[in-house]
Ligand binder design. Sequence first.
Ligand code: 5CA
Length: 437
Amino acid sequence: MRLSSFFLPTLKETPTEAQIVSHRLMLRAGMIRQTSAGIYAWLPLGHRVLKKIEQIVREEQNAAGAQELLMPTIQSADLWRESGRYDDYGKEMLRITDRHEREMLFGPTNEEMITDIFRSFVKSYRQLPLNLYHIQWKFRDEIRPRFGVMRGREFLMKDAYSFDIDADSARRSYQKMFLAYLRTYARLGLKAIPMRADTGPIGGDLSHEFIILAETGESGVFCHKDWMELDVLKDAPNVEDDLQPFFDQVTAIYAATDEKHDAATCPVAESDLVSARGIEVGHIFNFGTKYSKPMNAVVAGPNGESIPVEMGSYGIGVSRLMGAIIEASHDDNGIIWPDSVAPFNVGLINLKVGDAETDRVCLDLYGKLQAAGLDVAYDDRDERPGAKFADMDLIGLPWQLVVGPRGLKSGVVELKRRATGEKEELSVEAALAKLTA
Ligand code: 5CA
């Protein structure tokens, strides 16, 4: 992509309405545009990152055996009356009346709809276990939308729903998602700590929130200080293995959100306990038959008896994750994207547009890098070098390749790693070799 034609409305000034760094940087880097309170348009740069995050989430769900489908955003109120949640959900639910005076709503989550799909088609225990997920926009009329995409009203969520014949099998489904979540966050360059959590309006009694520690986080959390240094995936099993030992080992290290934490009963000595703030990037629930019983989602068991299915649901805040990644990875100059979600792999900076040799080398590099499968943002704009460097640091691409007439005279270009600031001068060929290795 040539930056001369890329829609990248970066801001020079720091937007005053943004209270936290990720929101400020997303606005300054031209990634999002607020269209109403808590509702955002995703501009091309932000959209690229959103799609990358979504894809990693998708790959890990698929690897754990979940199957993707896509349910609509608009749901019928009648479905929610069946579970009893239509009235319970309160003002957070956006209620809509269609032209025939039918009551509809913009889905804040999909337990009822997936249960309805399930009961329409699945009739036998032989079709279980089953895990279905989608990645779809949700609407919750949050009383205080804030911090940009962190607490939006419209936001993108991955929500998966598991169906099992009994509690044992349901526990296994829960543990699979637990492991898939740890893998997902690791690929996003994040350290997420699974914490015992409250279940709120979703229900059930077994639940974990996945929390990224950050001063700007909205949740108060407590964990053993061992979590600070721990890499739980080092000895992680495969998804087909018995996951109980791994699950027991990880959950034995204390971590709880403030609703679940009780200083009086906490097993960790005060000197070993970390009290911090965190961003909730995922939440998983095992709620048994809370929806299957009232909605009559039953299957025939081995002896023909009618068995309400055991269910769980598993959410990841896909759009919130973008804010969380930036909170965890930035410096004074801008965003530092992990390679896995960067909107482009390389920023190619032409220091003197119009200089024949510089233009030639840049175009050559641009073509070759793309041919090697890299996404390249080629800064071919007629701008001062200072402005180009500042923009490139702001948008946070992992590599910057700087080409100018002076370097070319001595046969070199400059390669900078955004995360460390490390720079090296090397030949065009060596730069290419390093980037495409
Ligand atoms: N049905 C369940 C699991 S599928 C559910 O809705 N869980 S949830 O309410 O905890 O939401 C799942 C995830 O969505 C949260 O962990 C959080 O990361 C994200 N999320 C929730 N509310 C918002 C919001 N207002 N803005 C951005 N992300 C949100």
